[in-house]
Design a protein around this ligand. Structure first.
Ligand code: T3D
Length: 263
């Protein structure tokens, strides 16, 4: 598959997806969103891919919606925003959420608007200390999208989610980590190695079990305890039928490192 606005490389069991419009801080227009959704669908279907790594090229991670596209600059039609959200962002967020493989995000620079919420939709988020998160929607009269109204209160609580989205302040990576919005902030020079390294490590783990864990945690956001307990039992049954479970137990008993295959 060839892409114009993202780069996709597969190695070490990881599909590395790089947003690639650096001169526009990787802001998202329709063709880029389509490519991103396609790359995620491909990563889901490809058994050789056991984890996904998402990052940005250049000095930014993603500045959100391409505002030139949104207002119809350069002679194109101004966009119906609800159509953009439904066509561009929702398929990407659904694909990340439904992907039964870990998705690591390496936030290399500013993540604004839809770009911030794209990063926060990933399973483990590592940001460079020089990076920041801005819920920029309110600054231009919009509401948060790209799953932000679902993700943010669950990550940081309602009080912080309200302040973040209404004030639209720039939140440095360290502060984002302190408030539990992301997993970790690391030195700018270490980010790539740390975040991609995590994706590589996850790809060697029992990825079938990791996928089921993700499904369970997401379901817990809406399930009551009884439903969740029932679901844990069912998915534990599934994990228990995996080759990785058999290998994990065998390796423990034989006092060696397990060799998981994600099956
Ligand atoms: O369709 C819909 O509108 C509904 C969906 C909405 C979802 C959303 O994401 S709404 C929020 C959209 N994003 C923003 O409002 C953020 C806009 N960008 C900024 O506020 C700033 O660029 C940043 C704070 C992110 C970074 O500032 P700075 O000073 O580091 O960079 P810069 O100079 O502003 O930007 C560099 C270039 O990227 C510049 O282009 P130029 O002048 O060098 O040719 C700038 O115009 C361009 N750029 C940055 N963000 C966007 C963009 N171009 C188009 N769209 C952008 N979002």
């Amino acid at each position: 598959m060839s892409y114009e606005f993202i780069r996709v490389e597969k190695a070490d069991g990881v599909a590395r997806i790089t947003l690639n419009r650096p001169d526009k801080l990787n802001s998202v227009h329709r063709p880029m969103a389509r490519e991103l959704a396609l790359a995620l669908t491909d990563a889901a279907a490809d058994d050789s891919v056991r984890a996904v790594y998402l990052t940005g090229s250049g000095r930014g991670f993603c500045a959100g919606q391409d505002l030139e596209e949104a207002v119809g600059a350069g002679g194109s039609e101004p966009a119906e925003l609800s159509e953009i959200v439904q066509a561009s962002y929702n398929p990407v967020i659904r694909a990340i959420s439904a992907l039964e493989k870990p998705v690591v995000c390496g936030v290399n620079g500013v993540a604004a608007g839809a770009g911030a919420n794209l990063a926060l939709a990933c399973d483990i988020v590592i940001a460079a200390r020089g990076a920041s998160f801005i819920q920029a929607f309110s600054l231009i009269g919009l509401v948060p999208d790209t799953g932000g109204t679902w993700t943010l209160p669950r990550l940081v609580g309602l009080a912080r989610a309200k302040a973040l989205t209404m004030l639209g302040e720039k939140v440095p990576a360290d502060r984002a980590a302190e408030m539990g919005m992301i997993w970790e902030a690391v030195g700018d020079d270490e980010m790539e190695e740390r975040a991609y390294g995590l994706a590589r490590r996850l790809a060697t783990q029992a990825t079938r079990g990791l996928g089921l864990t993700k499904t369970l945690l997401h379901a817990s956001m809406t399930n009551d305890l009884g439903t969740q307990l029932e679901m844990e039992g069912r998915l534990q049954g599934e994990a228990g039928r995996s080759e990785d479970y058999r290998e994990g137990v065998r390796a423990f008993l034989e006092k060696r490192r397990p060799e998981f295959r994600g099956r």
